[in-house]
Design a protein around this ligand. Structure first.
Ligand SMILES: C[S@@+](CC[C@H](N)C(=O)[O-])C[C@H]1O[C@@H](n2cnc3c(N)ncnc32)[C@H](O)[C@@H]1O
Length: 228
């Protein structure tokens, strides 16, 4: 059983499961309003809590879906780690990691709307506070090392490009709109420009080196879990 309030995400999940031949049911609903007909042995959320403004309330709600003695698992990346997790061969690692502007955006969004980009570090503490037992946390050790000789190179690169929105270079007008957005979320003009130019630089580089880019990428997902 999977729940998401985005119809597009539900359709994508249905397509993935059906391609793998796995039977599953998906519900298009707000998790906070969802009332399951039963409780489950294991409840998992992934990449959800850093998008919401009330992570603890979501955890409490998810705990209500778990059977007694059951397991709650949360997988979330800490944005700070994630920003250090990309090297594209031929580009400067140091420049790829720069994210002072983003740190200001994260701080601003935490103060203004309680959206927490470092939620991954706090989840085990919240789990404990909410009464789960034997709470622990591990790190997903997946690191993508991608290079052109690999048989699934094009497919894998494509999936990274789509996930990171690196498909299309932005026009000057789109960049200006992004800059205005970032400035409205705590960045200075220079930080917003630097961030947008960095993203466009990656897009340009990938385009110019199509079919021959090698990269290393890790999201540093943290896996927190505890028993009810
Ligand atoms: C970054 S996506 C992750 C999607 C998926 N869990 C995965 O790992 O691929 C975050 C998802 O959280 C969903 N979401 C955010 N708030 C939600 C809520 N209150 N109820 C249901 N889904 C929610 C969004 O629709 C979005 O699909």
């Amino acid at each position: 059983m999977g729940v998401d309030f985005s119809k597009t995400m539900i359709e994508a999940a249905e397509a993935i499961f059906s391609k793998q031949g796995i039977r599953a049911q998906f519900v298009n609903s707000d998790i906070m309003e969802y009332q399951p007909v039963q409780q489950y042995d294991m409840v998992i959320s992934q990449a959800l809590l850093r998008h919401v403004d009330n992570a603890k309330a979501f955890l409490r709600k998810m705990i209500s879906f778990v059977k007694a003695e059951g397991l709650l698992v949360n997988m979330e990346c800490n944005r700070e780690f994630e920003e250090d997790g990309l090297y594209i061969r031929g580009m400067e690692y140091d420049a790829l990691c720069q994210h002072e502007g983003l740190s200001k955006l994260w701080k601003t969004e935490l103060e203004r709307q309680n959206r927490d980009y470092s939620i991954a570090m706090k989840v085990p503490h919240y789990m404990k506070e909410l009464g789960l037992r034997n709470v622990a946390c591990r790190m997903n050790d997946k690191v993508t090392f991608l290079e052109p000789e690999q048989p699934e190179y094009i497919e894998s690169l494509d999936s990274i490009v789509r996930a990171d929105h690196w498909s299309e270079e932005k026009s000057e007008q789109e960049i200006e709109e992004d800059i205005a957005y970032f400035m409205n979320h705590g960045m200075s003009r220079k930080e917003a420009e630097d961030y947008c130019r960095k993203q466009n630089g990656i897009i340009e580089y990938l385009k110019k080196n199509a079919g021959k880019t090698s990269l290393t990428k890790t999201n540093g997902y943290m896996i927190s879990y505890g028993w009810k």
